[in-house]
Write a protein that binds this ligand. Structure first.
Ligand SMILES: *Cc1c(COP(=O)(O)O)cnc(C)c1O
Length: 454
């Protein structure tokens, strides 16, 4: 099938992903990474991330007119770890950042300012000044930010390309909290509000230094055709501005990210090739070479290449329900725990030796360590009976999950290891982020000022 062929070309086949995962889980046990002291860890499949980056790059390269300037900026919030940013930079990507912390991470990874895009909706004057001084590209979110930029640009001609984010108001997907292009979404300047379009064209004519247009009109739960519709609106506005200006003032379109991820199986769908296909039919001009292109994908680059691995500490039966108590919960899968219907995850059971667990299926709750009843990764999930010492693996957690640690119950951040598999099936681990020790928590919780409230 075409989709399988693309998936294979894009990220290695699902079979390869599963094979590498099984080898890694077993090796994590055999090499002693998972033990009494470390009952919880996170793994990143380095080859999988590389394959995703290559798939993204080649899908657009195949469609774009030769010589079109293109920057694929990884949305840092999806996996804010310096080694991940460095790996992606090595694969040719830049960074999209949305806070001073994310900018610091991109710089720590050695990403040059001209390959960084700054996009947050609430940038302070100091953040804007720093970005402009560095030459980081900036997308203004709103009219007041544009006025702030007027003053900064008047004071010192910026090296940065500057654009405006628009909300095409093309509609919501299935997850309200992740739908950025509804009539009332908080991001960007709303294109369909009365008078907004004319105001925007005038704003560009008055500011010759505005050379980009930006939208990020989708994310998990938004169909590809709807994302492409937002990009079509972006393109049409750029053409309108350039016609009014009588020159190609807007020279680069930043189409954001938002490729959804399949959390139901190991198939890496939809693919970038499919998305590029949607874009080609909705916005053929995007690929003509008339505009440079910036993309900002996050989730689809890393989600399927991360996994959480936890030992089952205890099992019990309560009110007739079998419950497995594990170390992986709300601190790592915050969205799943608070919004389980929108963010279901798969639970893959392994034995204490790291081999896939089989057996008759019985409904079990997979519970996390946090002290509230809702801290469940799965409820009444049909799984082989789990025993203390067995392992549960949560795949597809390489974006917005363990990389976005939540400090509930002062649960420490677990270690993150990257892994590669040699041709002879040997698994090599590299520590990408050390575990946070419990003793590191008090210094981040006011230990230096214990008497502050006396
Ligand atoms: C979060 C975000 C992205 C990345 O979205 P994904 O769904 O992870 O691809 C890109 N651009 C902006 C402005 C964002 O806020």
């Amino acid at each position: 099938m075409a989709v399988d062929a693309h998936a294979q070309a894009e990220g290695g086949s699902a079979e390869e992903t599963v094979r590498r995962r099984d080898l890694a889980v077993r090796a994590a046990v055999e090499q002693g990474l998972l033990n009494e002291e470390t009952p919880l860890l996170c793994l990143l499949d380095t080859a999988g991330i590389r394959a995703s980056a290559a798939a993204l790059t080649s899908a657009f390269d195949r469609a774009l007119a030769p010589g079109t300037p293109v920057l694929h900026a990884f949305a840092v919030k999806a996996a804010p770890l310096v080694p991940v940013l460095r790996l992606l930079a090595d694969a040719g990507l830049g960074c999209e950042v949305a806070s001073p912390g994310e900018l610091a991470l991109a710089r720590a990874a050695g990403v040059p300012p001209e390959r960084i895009v700054l996009d947050s909706p609430a940038k302070t004057a100091a953040e804007l000044r720093e970005a402009l001084a560095l030459g980081v590209a900036v997308n203004a979110d709103n009219r007041q930010e544009l006025e702030r930029l007027d003053a900064l640009v008047a004071a010192a001609a910026p090296a940065s390309p500057i654009g405006v984010r628009i909300n095409p108001q093309t509609g919501a997907g299935t997850i309200g909290a992740l739908s950025t292009a509804t009539a009332t979404s908080k991001f960007g300047i709303a294109l369909r509000d009365p008078g907004a379009r004319a105001w925007l064209v005038r704003a560009y004519l008055d500011r010759p230094w505005l050379t980009r247009l930006h939208t990020h009109s989708g994310s998990q739960g938004v169909p590809l055709a709807l994302i492409a519709e937002g990009v079509r609106e972006l393109y049409a506005l750029a053409e309108e501005i350039n016609t009014a200006a009588g020159r190609r003032q807007v020279d680069t379109l930043d189409i954001g990210g938002g490729l959804p991820v399949n959390f139901a199986s190991d198939a890496a769908t939809p693919t970038w090739t499919e998305y590029v296909g949607e874009l080609r039919s909705a916005v053929p001009g995007l690929f003509s070479g008339a505009y440079g292109l910036v993309t900002e994908f996050g989730r689809a680059l890393t989600a399927k290449h991360g996994l959480v691995l936890s030992r089952v500490e205890y099992t019990k039966s309560t009110g007739g329900r079998a419950i497995a108590l594990t170390h992986a919960g709300v601190q790592l899968l915050t969205r799943t725990v608070y919004a389980p219907a929108a963010w279901p995850v798969r639970i893959l059971p392994y034995s204490a030796k790291g081999t896939p667990l089989t057996g008759p299926l019985i409904p079990q709750d997979i519970a996390g360590p946090a002290c509230f009843a809702g801290d469940l990764l799965a409820a009444a999930r049909e799984l082989p009976p789990l025993s203390p010492g067995d392992l549960v693996c949560v795949p597809d957690t390489g974006a917005y999950a363990f990389t976005a640690h939540y400090g509930y119950n002062s649960l420490p951040r677990p270690p993150v290891h990257g892994f590669t598999v040699t041709p002879s099936d040997e698994v090599r681990f590299r520590l990408a982020r050390a575990a946070q020790s419990p003793s590191a928590i008090p210094p981040e919780a006011g230990a230096a000022t214990p008497d502050a409230l006396l």
